[in-house]
Design a protein around this ligand. Structure first.
Ligand code: DCP
Ligand code: CA
Length: 391
């Protein structure tokens, strides 16, 4: 037992923007700005847009001034969560110990992986290649003997970087500026600078009592970080999938039935697509309704058979919604499918001729694959097609 651990930290590059660029080939190499759902603040910007000064947290108006030619996209959280799950799945092939840290970051303990033990960089490069080839996304990876060092390392070279902390880990850490420590706020950094502490090595030499006096309990944490100390294990999440859900804040509070119907269809599509990607079907469809005063109710219906197709989910969601709606304005809607069939599709009956439903399900999966490959707009449902013909 014991010995040095091999901990990997993976951080996706310009995550939301890269997912959109992967889905829309025409946007690759261009400035792309993702705004929060229903909000006019930049969630993230592609590296092309960052060169023009666009950054997360900026008001969208300001970003438009800096990068008028950029593609502005409203965020689609469901899509990003789905990408995130796909990436965790890839990491899971290299280690059973994978811990999601945020929507686009994860730790993996590769200590038990023979390839990683022989050559950590080669293993990390293989992970990077697999993510790039399967999803068209790049990431930055750091490898060190604990989570802290790995996280600091993943941020050293971005985008598409790989940093393996050298054997003298402490020496490496101490030569970095204090800003390299994760979670170090601007105020703390400024205070340290004023006190003449600019490098992590300076910080590591400080007496704990002084740091505690300055920063309270965080002072001790800061000192331990500066010394590169972190024995926290990588904690895998053993949560079997129980439900798939998606919610959406309407662009404005609304009581228009048509808008609500449309939102439910859109949500049903996102949920349906993720269900199919997971090879799942569910029997319970729930609708979450939030009113402008933030009062929130959830109403559900359980059906006889399993559902996973967009229009099936949508039909139930609409029934549930309109049965419970008294015409009030709506702020947020959510759709959730639960009571999942597990990994063996319960409703698939083996037969000589696949029934119509099965064929429709196969078609839906094929459409999902096309959309993953060529973007959302490649296949439009028939109703939209009619609109096109008129043009
Ligand atoms: N995010 C957000 N609002 C913020 C910051 C981030 O919605 N204020 C979202 C969008 C990001 C994702 O979280 O794509 C991950 O955040 P990161 O800070 O890791 O930023 P990126 O992945 O976009 O860029 P980087 O390449 O710097 O990691
Ligand atoms: Ca990131």
């Amino acid at each position: 037992m014991g010995g040095r651990r091999i901990i990997l930290h993976l951080d996706m590059d310009a995550f939301f923007a890269s997912v959109e660029q992967a889905a829309h080939p025409g946007w690759r190499g261009k400035p792309v700005v993702i705004c929060g759902e229903g909000r006019s603040v930049v969630a993230t910007a592609s590296y092309e847009a960052r060169k023009l000064g666009v950054k997360s947290g900026q008001p969208a108006g300001e970003a438009k001034k800096l990068a008028p030619e950029a593609v502005f996209v409203p965020g689609n959280h469901g899509k990003y969560v789905w990408s995130s799950l796909n990436i965790l799945e890839i990491l899971g092939k290299y280690s059973p110990l994978v811990e999601p840290h945020s929507i686009d970051e994860a730790f993996a303990d590769l200590s038990g992986n023979p390839e990683a033990s022989a050559d950590p960089a080669a293993c990390a490069n293989r992970i990077k290649r697999e993510i790039r080839e399967k999803f068209g996304l790049t990431c930055s990876i750091g490898i060190g003997s604990n989570k802290l060092l790995a996280k600091v390392a993943s941020d050293r070279q971005k985008p598409d970087g790989l940093t393996v902390v050298p054997a003298d880990e402490t020496g490496w850490l101490h030569a970095l500026p204090v800003e390299a420590l994760p979670g170090l706020g601007e105020k703390t950094a400024a205070y340290l600078h004023e006190s003449g502490i600019t490098m992590i090595g300076d910080l590591a030499l400080m007496q704990e009592a002084v740091l505690v006096q300055w920063f309270g309990r965080n002072g001790s944490v800061l000192r331990r970080m500066a010394r590169g100390e972190d024995d926290a294990p990588v904690q895998p999440e053993f949560s079997p999938l129980k439900s798939i859900s998606q919610e959406w804040t309407m662009p404005r509070d609304t009581d228009e039935a048509e808008l609500i119907s449309g939102a439910l269809l859109w949500l049903a599509r996102l949920v349906g697509r993720r269900l199919r990607a997971e090879g799942q079907e569910g029997r319970t469809v729930a609708v979450k309704i939030r009113y402008p005063d933030f009062r929130t109710v959830t109403r559900a219906q359980t059906v006889q058979g399993y559902v996973c197709l967009d229009d099936e989910i949508c039909k139930i969601a609409r029934e549930v919604f309109f049965r419970n709606w008294r015409g009030e304005k709506i702020r947020l809607l959510g759709v959730k499918v639960s009571n999942l069939s597990g990994n063996s599709p319960a409703c698939t009956q083996a037969g000589l001729w696949p029934d119509a439903r099965e064929r429709r399900r196969d078609l839906a999966r094929a459409v999902d694959r096309l959309r993953d490959k060529y973007g959302e707009d490649i296949v439009r449902p028939g109703s939209n097609l009619a609109l096109f013909k008129k043009v």
